[in-house]
Write a protein that binds this ligand. Structure first.
Ligand code: F6R
Length: 241
């Protein structure tokens, strides 16, 4: 399903309303969150709903999609820090309701496998929010990632490191490696909601939605999912046929 909305604020409201419905039906739902700029309007709308009583998120559980490898614990741009700051704290939740991979583990491969297991033991993800990279990545499954991949370490492309350099003082500070849920892991969530806003995402959205299923465009894997919703603003929709 593709939903075209006028702007990022409208997208945030629409998706926050869907999350509100989910938490009304299932108060302890496991909500998979993405980081980056795109989902911020969703988190702002969720926090506003908690603030004025339209949403009771007190039993919600939150899990991360991906994490940088090797940033010092507590680094403000580690995705753990970002999710705590943007989602967990504004919703009035605590770290106990939060699952994420350990990007500082001595054995990263084991930490990745352990995270996949933890998600399964938590009952699986009810709704996974996704952004899309300008190169078509979801999570940090860069082009040509296996469509059945599990959570593992990946190397970021130069393009993704450049796209993310805005969060750091310089490109050199952007980590080269991440732990990311695999495409196979992401596809196990019961509902996938991908949000893309802005002209820079238009090409990737068109390839993902209207192009063939291809590992070269990891977001095209959503075509395999029985319940996937792609929400785009008019700018991100501008290259759809
Ligand atoms: C972030 C993630 C990435 C981003 C994507 C878009 O957790 O997994 O796939 O969703 O890089 O980032 P923004 O929204 O900053 O354009």
């Amino acid at each position: 399903e593709i939903v075209i909305v006028p702007d990022p604020a409208a997208a945030g409201e629409l998706i926050a309303a869907a999350i509100t419905d989910l938490l009304t039906d299932k108060p302890d739902a496991l909500l998979g969150v993405a980081t980056g700029s795109t989902p911020l309007p969703i988190y702002q709308s969720l926090a506003a709903r908690v603030g004025d009583g339209r949403l009771d998120a007190s039993r919600a559980r939150i899990c991360q999609l991906d994490e940088y490898v090797g940033l010092p614990a507590g680094h403000p741009e580690s995705y753990r820090s970002v999710v705590l700051r943007e989602v967990v704290e504004p919703l009035g939740l605590t770290e106990e309701s939060f699952l994420g991979p350990d990007g500082n583990a001595a054995d990263i491969a084991a930490a990745a496998t352990a995270y996949d297991r933890a998600l399964a033991e938590a009952g699986g993800v009810d709704l996974q929010l996704l952004g899309i990279g300008t190169d078509g990545h979801i999570g940090f499954n860069e082009p040509c990632s296996s469509l059945s991949s599990r959570t593992r370490i990946k190397t970021l492309t130069r393009q993704t490191r450049e796209d993310n350099a805005r969060f750091f003082d310089s490109l050199d500070e952007v980590p080269h490696h991440v732990i990311t849920q695999g495409i196979g892991t992401i596809l196990e969530a019961r509902h996938l909601v991908l949000l893309a806003t802005g002209e820079a995402k238009a090409e990737a959205v068109a390839l993902a939605v209207e192009g063939p299923l291809a590992a070269a465009v990891p977001a095209s894997a959503l075509q395999l999912h029985p319940h996937a919703t792609v929400v785009v603003d008019e700018a991100a929709a501008s290259k759809l046929k």
